[in-house]
Write a protein that binds this ligand. Structure first.
Ligand code: FPP
Length: 244
């Protein structure tokens, strides 16, 4: 899409979550091994991330690898890890460019269990990424919503045990502050392509009032126009948050 002619919206979500689904089916339709679908999916991730930032989305979370995805064949897991490695190295090399564009990279998920070199690269990139950026780009790797809630509960229990918190301090906000997304707005819109209509353990606590948008397009085929369609639908939604 022409960068000088970007679409405008009457209202934009502050935070969009995207479940990148359908890579395997995209590959299967072409008689290709599944990992080829992930390679194309990674290209789509770059394209859509950049486009969303260009149109003014302040926070984006891409679901790249769940705590359940380790169950996939080793070959596929290795191929996905290799894509993370490549992306992280590239992000490291382009850190000055990202800084200039005002993009901060963050990772959400459990770094334990991720190959050590990848976890170290993630830490390194988070350290060199500015906090004062215009856009937060979160990548969920080894992420599970229930796992995240369990680790928040453990962290809170530990604080209560040490006398740093009282039981009465445990409210919805305190829980939010112990999630990986601490300090970020809840997702206003969650997008899932590929025809599946579920959240699959993605942003479980944070999605309580998210608008959901599903489409049949497989993630590697997802275009800027599909994001625009989701945002047009979001403009039409009437969000009431339990009110009237
Ligand atoms: C789900 O599609 C996709 C994944 C589990 C992996 C997503 C990973 C990427 C797009 C690579 C991301 C890369 C970077 C650099 C962040 P699926 O395999 O479940 O598709 P299927 O349902 O059609 O089998």
């Amino acid at each position: 899409m022409d960068k000088n002619n970007l679409p405008e919206f009457s209202v934009l979500p502050e935070h969009i979550g995207i479940i990148m689904d359908g890579n395997g089916r995209w590959a299967k339709q072409r008689n290709l091994p599944r990992y080829k679908g992930h390679i194309e999916g990674a290209k789509t991730f770059r394209k859509i991330g950049e486009f969303a930032a260009d149109i003014g989305i302040k926070c984006l979370t891409f679901y790249a690898f769940s705590t359940e995805n380790w169950k996939r064949p080793q070959e596929e897991v290795n191929a996905i890890m290799e894509l993370f490695r490549e992306y992280l190295r590239e992000a490291d090399e382009r850190s000055a460019e990202n800084e200039e564009k005002g993009i901060t990279l963050r990772f959400i998920g459990d770094k334990n269990g991720i190959p050590e070199d990848i976890a170290n690269l993630m830490d390194h990139i988070e350290k060199i990424s500015s906090d004062k950026s215009k856009v937060i780009l979160n990548i969920a790797i080894n992420y599970g919503g229930r796992h995240e809630i369990a680790q928040a509960v453990r962290a809170i229990a530990e604080k209560v045990k040490n006398g740093e918190m009282n039981v009465d301090d445990i409210d919805e906000n305190a829980i939010s502050e112990h999630l990986y997304t601490k300090g970020m707005p809840d997702p206003d819109l969650i997008i899932r392509p590929s025809g599946e209509c579920r959240l699959s353990n993605f942003l479980t606590y944070q999605s309580a009032y998210s608008e959901l948008w599903f489409s049949d397009v497989l993630w590697p085929d997802f275009k800027e126009e599909d994001l625009v369609a989701a945002l047009r639908e979001f403009e039409r939604r009437n969000r009431r948050f339990g009110g009237v």
